[in-house]
Design a protein around this ligand. Structure first.
Ligand SMILES: CC/C=C\CC(=O)SCCNC(=O)CCNC(=O)[C@H](O)C(C)(C)COP(=O)(O)OP(=O)(O)OC[C@H]1O[C@@H](n2cnc3c(N)ncnc32)[C@H](O)[C@@H]1OP(=O)(O)O
Length: 719
C-alpha cells in the first residue's frame, strides 16, 4: 500500500509501504494510483514526492505475483499517468530503486538519490526485460551504449555512477526525503515538458547497426543459451529506431514471450532459492533463526597453497585480520608475494586501498592462539589434516572455531582430533576462493548450531553464498559430480570423443564441458584420490576384469592418462592438447583419439554412434539421481540447496534453475523412465539405478518442487 501525507504546506508525500523492499504489489500500485489522484486533486498541493518506507525506495515488481493472476492497476499506465501529471513529481531514492522501482522513478520528473543508494534494471536476471517502459526511457535518458550495458547485465550502479550517467539529477548525503521535498517546492510551477523522458529523442549513434550487432554477439556469447539478454538488446534497438509508442509495443511483444518462458520461471525460482539457503536447518532441528553466530574479528588460515591464498584474500578484503600460516619458509615468502599481488589487483579494480596490513604471516602455528576462527587449507590428506587439528586444538584459545577447507573428507574424523568437536565444521571453498561465490558449510554429527551459524555468517560477510550441508564423502557438489564424471568416461569407452561430450554439455549451457573442466583443474587431483581409495590399480587377487573395480563397472581411462603424465592444462596434455603447459586453448588431440581406439580394441569394445540425447541424459540424470539420494539421506535440506550449489559452484546454467529444478521441468516420470532404461542397459552401474525418493515422488504424482520437502520429511520419518 501507499501512505499519503501533506508536508511543508504544498508537497504531497507518497510513501510506498510493503515490507521488506516496498515491491510494487497490487496493493502498492493501487495505493500509488489513488494517492497520485489525491495529490493532483488537492489545490494546495503544488508538487509531489514519492519515497519508500524504512529507507528503501522500491525493489521493483513483486516477483511473488509473477505467474499468478494479475490484479490491481497495471504498472505501465500508472507510470505514464505520473509522467503526464500536471504537477512535478520527484522520486526520493533511498536504499534501492531496482527494476519496476527505477522504471517508476524514470516516470517521475526528477530523481534525487541518497549517496548510498543503488539503482538498476536487473530484470534480465529474472529472465525478463524492463517492460514498464524502462527499455524505452533509459536509452533516451542516458544514451544507447550505457543503457545496453545496464539492461543486458542487470548490474546495480551506485548513486555516484547514476549521477554521472544522468539517471539521477542530484545526490545527497542528507535526509533524502527532506532534500526532495525542498527540491519539489522549488520546481513547483515550472514547465514539465522538458522533464518527460518518453518525449525525448533517443540519442542514436551513427554506427547504430554495428553497435547493436556487436552488442548482440557479446550477449549471445555470455548468455550460454539464455534468451532474456537477447530480447533486451532487441528492446533497446527498438528505442533507438522507433518512435516511443511503437517502441513500447515492441517492448510488450518481447516481454510477452519472456514472461511465460521456462527460463523466466527457472530464474525466478532461483532468485528465491538463493534466499532460501540462508534459512538453513540441521536434521537435529537447529535452525538459522534460533542459532546465534559468534563474532569473528580475527581469523587464521593454515596452508598457503592456491586455496589458502584465495581464502586469505577473501577474509582480508572483508576487513578481517588474518594470520596466514605456512610452515615452509620458501612457500611462505611466495605466498606473501602472491597474496599481496591479489590484494593490490582487487583494490585497484574496486578503487579502494589494498588490505595488505590486514594479513600477518607466520611459519609456525603459535600466532593463531588468539584468533576467533581458523580455516585449515593444507593438502587434501587426512593424516596431515588430523595432525593440524590436533595442534590447533592444543594452541587455540577456548571457543575458537576450527574449520577445514576439505573438498570431501570426513569432518567428523577431524572433529574427533580436538577437545571441542562441537566447534568443528567444514568450510568448502571453490577455486579461486576469492572469486567463486559458493561456500559449502559442512556440519558433522558433533558440530554445534553456533559453529554452523558462525561459518554461515562469516561466509555472508566475505560475500559468499553459503549453503549448510551434512557430512558425507564429497558433501553435495562433489558427491553429485562423481556419477556425472563416471558417465562421461563410460561414453568415451562406448564410442564418444571428449570434444563431442563437451560440445553437448556446453550447448546445454555449462561454461565448460566435463573434459575441459578436468583439464583445467588437473587430472592428477582425482587420480590421487582414486589411488588413496585403492581404485586406480586393478586388484590382481580378485580376478576381476580390469574394467570392474570393487564389484562395479569402472573406467580406468583417467588413470591411464595420468600414468602418461597427462595432467591437463598444466602439462600441456590431457583430454585435449595445448600449445604449451599452462595454455588454456584446448585443441582436439589425434593421439587421444588413437589411444581411445586402441583402448576399445584391447577391451573388446565396439564404438557405436552416440547422440546428443544420450550424452545429456546419462550425464545429467545420473547426477540428478545422486541429488535425490542426497535429499533422501538428509545431506541437503531441500532441492534449493543443491541447485544453488550447482549454479554457483559448478557453472550449471542459471536459466535452467539448477539440476533439481531441471528434473522437475523435464518431468520426474521422464527422468525415472530414462534412468530405468539406462540402468537396464548398464546393470553394473549402480548410480543409474533410480533412487527411492525419486520413485516416491513419481508415485505421488510428481508434486511441484516447492512441495518436495514435505515428501522428504515423510521419507525421513519412515526411516
Ligand atoms: C512488468 C514487469 C515490471 C517490472 C519488472 C520487475 O521489477 S522485476 C523485479 C526487479 N527487481 C529485482 O530484481 C530486485 C530483486 N531483489 C533484490 O535484488 C534484493 O532482494 C534487494 C532488493 C537488493 C535486497 O537485498 P537484501 O539482501 O537486502 O535482502 P533480500 O534479498 O534477502 O530480500 C529481502 C526480502 O525481500 C524479498 N524480495 C526482494 N525483492 C523482491 C521483489 N522484487 N519482489 C518480492 N519479494 C522481494 C526477498 O525474497 C526477501 O524475502 P524473505 O521472505 O525475507 O526471504
Amino acid at each position: 500500500m501507499a501512505q499519503y501525507t501533506r508536508v511543508s504546506g504544498s508537497v504531497g508525500l507518497i510513501t510506498l509501504q510493503s515490507p521488506r523492499v516496498n515491491a510494487l504489489s497490487a496493493a502498492v500500485r493501487q495505493g500509488i494510483v489513488d494517492m497520485m489522484q489525491r495529490a493532483l486533486s488537492e489545490p494546495e498541493v503544488k508538487s509531489v514526492v514519492i519515497c519508500g518506507q524504512n529507507g528503501i525506495f522500491c525493489g521493483g515488481a513483486d516477483i511473488k505475483e509473477f505467474g499468478k493472476n494479475m490484479s490491481g492497476p497495471p504498472l505501465i499506465p500508472m507510470i505514464h499517468a505520473i509522467e503526464a501529471a500536471s504537477k512535478p513529481v520527484v522520486a526520493a531514492i533511498e536504499g534501492i530503486a531496482l527494476g519496476g522501482g527505477l522504471e517508476l522513478a524514470l516516470g517521475c520528473h526528477y530523481r534525487i538519490a541518497h549517496a548510498k543508494a543503488r539503482v538498476g534494471l536487473p530484470e534480465v536476471t529474472l529472465g525478463l526485460l524492463p517492460a514498464a517502459g524502462g527499455s524505452q526511457r533509459l536509452p533516451r535518458l542516458i544514451g544507447v551504449p550505457a543503457a545496453l550495458d545496464l539492461i543486458t547485465t542487470g548490474r546495480h550502479v551506485t548513486a555516484a555512477e547514476a549521477l554521472k550517467l544522468g539517471i539521477v539529477d542530484q545526490v545527497t548525503d542528507h535526509n533524502t526525503v527532506n532534500v526532495a521535498v525542498k527540491f519539489a517546492k522549488r520546481v513547483a510551477g515550472q514547465s514539465l515538458d522538458p522533464r518527460r523522458i518518453s518525449t525525448y529523442p533517443c540519442p542514436c549513434p551513427s554506427d547504430a547497426d554495428a553497435l547493436f550487432e556487436k552488442a548482440m554477439q557479446k550477449v549471445r556469447r555470455a548468455a550460454r543459451g539464455a534468451i532474456a539478454p537477447v530480447a533486451c538488446v532487441q528492446a533497446v534497438r527498438a528505442a533507438a529506431t522507433l518512435p516511443y509508442n511503437q517502441g513500447m509495443e515492441r517492448e510488450k511483444e518481447l516481454m510477452a514471450t519472456l514472461f511465460t518462458s521456462g527460463q523466466a520461471r527457472a530464474l525466478q525460482y532461483f532468485f528465491f532459492a538463493q534466499r532460501a539457503v540462508g534459512k538453513w536447518s540441521m536434521p537435529s532441528g537447529a535452525r538459522w533463526e534460533t542459532s546465534k553466530p559468534r563474532p569473528v574479528h580475527k581469523a587464521a588460515v593454515i596452508g598457503l597453497g592456491t586455496m589458502g591464498r584465495g581464502i586469505t584474500v577473501a577474509l582480508a578484503q572483508a576487513g578481517l585480520s588474518v594470520v596466514a600460516v605456512e610452515t615452509q619458509e620458501k612457500q611462505l615468502m611466495e605466498a606473501k608475494q602472491a597474496i599481496s599481488g591479489m590484494l593490490e589487483r582487487g583494490a585497484k579494480r574496486s578503487g579502494v586501498a589494498p588490505a595488505l596490513d590486514k594479513v600477518s604471516y607466520s611459519h609456525n602455528i603459535q600466532p593463531v592462539a588468539d584468533v576467533d576462527l581458523v580455516i585449515e587449507a593444507v593438502f587434501e590428506d587426512m593424516a596431515l589434516k588430523k595432525k593440524v587439528f590436533q595442534q590447533l586444538s592444543a594452541v587455540c584459545k577456548p571457543g575458537t572455531f576450527l574449520c577445514s577447507n576439505t573438498s570431501g573428507l570426513d569432518i567428523d574424523h577431524l572433529a574427533c582430533q580436538t577437545r571441542n568437536p562441537e566447534l568443528v565444521v567444514g568450510m568448502h571453498f571453490f577455486a579461486p576462493a576469492h572469486v567463486m561465490k559458493l561456500l559449502e558449510v559442512v556440519y558433522g554429527p558433533k558440530s554445534s548450531p553456533h559453529a554452523v551459524a558462525t561459518a554461515m555468517q562469516l561466509g555472508k560477510k566475505i560475500g559468499k553464498v553459503s549453503v549448510a550441508v551434512g557430512n558425507c564423502r564429497g558433501f553435495v557438489g562433489n558427491r553429485m559430480l562423481k556419477p556425472y564424471l563416471e558417465q562421461a568416461l563410460f561414453l568415451l569407452e562406448e564410442g564418444a570423443t571428449p570434444e563431442f561430450v563437451d560440445q553437448v554439455l556446453e550447448e546445454f549451457g555449462f561454461a565448460m564441458g566435463v573434459f575441459r573442466v578436468s583439464d583445467l583443474s588437473g587430472l592428477d587431483v582425482g587420480w590421487r584420490v582414486r589411488m588413496a581409495d585403492g581404485l586406480a590399480q586393478p586388484d590382481p587377487t580378485t580376478g576381476q576384469p580390469v574394467r570392474v573395480r570393487q564389484g562395479r563397472r569402472y573406467s580406468p581411462l583417467g588413470d591411464l592418462l595420468c600414468e602418461q603424465g597427462r595432467f591437463g592444462q598444466k602439462t600441456g596434455r590431457g583430454w585435449y592438447q595445448y600449445d604449451k603447459p599452462g595454455s588454456q586453448v584446448a585443441k582436439p588431440d589425434p593421439w587421444l583419439h588413437s589411444f581411445l581406439d586402441e583402448y576399445r580394441t584391447r577391451h573388446g569394445l565396439v564404438a557405436r554412434r552416440i547422440d546428443h540425447q544420450e550424452v545429456l541424459e546419462r550425464c545429467l540424470y545420473s547426477l540428478i539421481n545422486e541429488g535425490f539420494r542426497i535429499l533422501e539421506d538428509g545431506i541437503a535440506a531441500g532441492p534449493e540447496d543443491i541447485d544453488v550449489i550447482y549454479v554457483f559452484g559448478y557453472s550449471w546454467p542459471r536459466h535452467r534453475g539448477g539440476p533439481m529444478f531441471y528434473a522437475a521441468t523435464v518431468g520426474l516420470n521422464k527422468v525415472l523412465e530414462r534412468l530405468e532404461h539406462y540402468h537396464q542397459a548398464h546393470p553394473d552401474v549402480p548410480s543409474l539405478q533410480p533412487c527411492r525418493l525419486l520413485r516416491k515422488l513419481v508415485a505421488g504424482g510428481s508434486p511441484p518442487i516447492h512441495k518436495w520437502r514435505e515428501v522428504i520429511k515423510k521419507v525421513h520419518s519412515q526411516l
